[in-house]
Design a protein around this ligand. Sequence first.
Ligand SMILES: [Zn+2]
Length: 75
Amino acid sequence: MEGQTVGESLSDRELAHRLLELEKRVDCLETTLAAVADEIDGLSLSSRCSKCEESMLIVRDGMLYCPYCGDGHSL
Ligand SMILES: [Zn+2]
């Protein structure tokens, strides 16, 4: 499954399977990330950055901050 080129024809069933696998991985990563954030004093995670949508916003010291595009503002 790994290493296949993107763009080759995939059946709907294969795509559905991949989508489910990806969703599981994202859920797993989000759970892990939230737990890691909990371990760090004064740090938590907010929703996805509305500006770039490439990262979740990090909340620290009363400030929202996007690690991807650098967008941020105070709470
Ligand atoms: Zn951003």
